[in-house]
Design a protein around this ligand. Sequence first.
Ligand code: NAI
Length: 475
Amino acid sequence: MDFKVADLSLAAFGRREIQLAEHEMPGLMAVRKEYADSQPLAGAKIMGSLHMTIQTAVLIETLVALGAEVRWVSCNIFSTQDHAAAAVVVGPEGTVEDPKGVPVFAWKGETLEEYWWCTEQALVWPGGDGPNMILDDGGDATLLVHKGVEYEKAGAVPGASEGDSEEWQVILELLRRTVGPDKRWTEIASRIKGVTEETTTGVHRLYEMFKAGSLLFPAINVNDSVTKSKFDNKYGCRHSVIDGLNRATDVLIGGKVAVVAGYGDVGKGCADALRGQGARVIVTEIDPICALQAAMDGFQVTTLDDVVGIADIFVTTTGNFDIITADHMSRMKHNAIVSNIGHFDNEIDMAGLAKIPGIVKTEVKPQVHTWAFPDGRQIIVLAEGRLMNLGCATGHPSFVMSNSFTNQVIAQIELFTKTEQYPVGVYVLPKHLDEKVARLHLDALGVKLTKLTKEQAEYIGVDVEGPYKADHYRY
Ligand code: NAI
């Protein structure tokens, strides 16, 4: 088996944590049981690009239990938990000397070159017969395949231009090495039946490609299952934003002024958590609806420019770019903590910060850096501007990820087994499956549902067994 992880000897530790996580992931375990005999993913060759954590290990082993062959990478250079990666490679039946699990190419602290090399390894299967499915988070695997096909069609990869980010230059370099007359990427794309996408940012990319007519295969938008975005993005971040801040800095949050940029699902979770710790939370928004929600939830809503000099903690949650600029950072208080929990690192202008004349970067510990300005003030930047809950802590806890990942497994089964029902486009799972995912998590929390009577069901115009809401209902 080919794989590349940090240290295979961490596998036993990883396995113990996977076993604990399985208990907290009732949705995934129920799906394993339900499909044990029918093996709906037999023949599926799934390339996964999603944070290689303990929770993801339970997802991977669920896909395998349903018959899939899998190769995996992380979708962020800092988010891999090395013991999880080792345990997945060794597998429940294997040993360090004789690994029998799943090929993983991921370790904590990859360089950008290594990150994209890993993504390539998981897309290029030995024997050249896979993958036929992608499970993506943020859309990097999907992007690489699409760019490869685009440049193979054009017959050349463009040269680097002035304003290109470092990461884009790395991607172009990889494509220059691999785009050729053998049309490797076109062949890879032709085998892929579809992609299931985990997060807001990746879903955004998919809709853009579909609109532009460049999407090459169908996609299921897992993010917009209610049991994903209204749970993982909100309650998951409510937990892990504090975990990230604590593990990185251990600063007391109570009494501090915290700015949350963006009041979507992630922003709502973060603002709630910071308030729960006793911070005075200020929200910034561009959308009048979300701004009004934040105001009615009791938060001050204003612009970053207004409060940049008084806040102690900054968290960006927008999925947009240039939210905190170098100029903002140069106006912050001494030891202000600057962090991002959105998918990509461009929410904070790290490149601009590095260019400030006389600025000095010092590593406090991995993924925590001070940046000192010539006047003696400094700020603390978490995870180099990448998502701090996965860079500085261990991401969301198992129970909430069980909701997200049960949607992922169901979406993979849908696309793989009913491919002809999904022409190229971007789809969300039907509501009855969303409700099923929620239902699978109720017992573990001791929830007792009220059952509709037949008459009540008729009165509100639904079926006794659901779905209980119209598709336009927003929760
Ligand atoms: P969303 O679309 O619900 O929320 C983003 C909010 O930011 C919107 O309300 C939007 O109006 C606002 N916004 C956009 N530009 C802004 C600006 N210039 N200033 C202030 N506000 C602005 O998206 P969601 O689901 O909350 O996701 C946000 C990001 O977090 C995405 O990149 C997503 O992929 C990522 N994510 C990260 C997770 C993690 O564990 N770190 C988990 C889930 C999502």
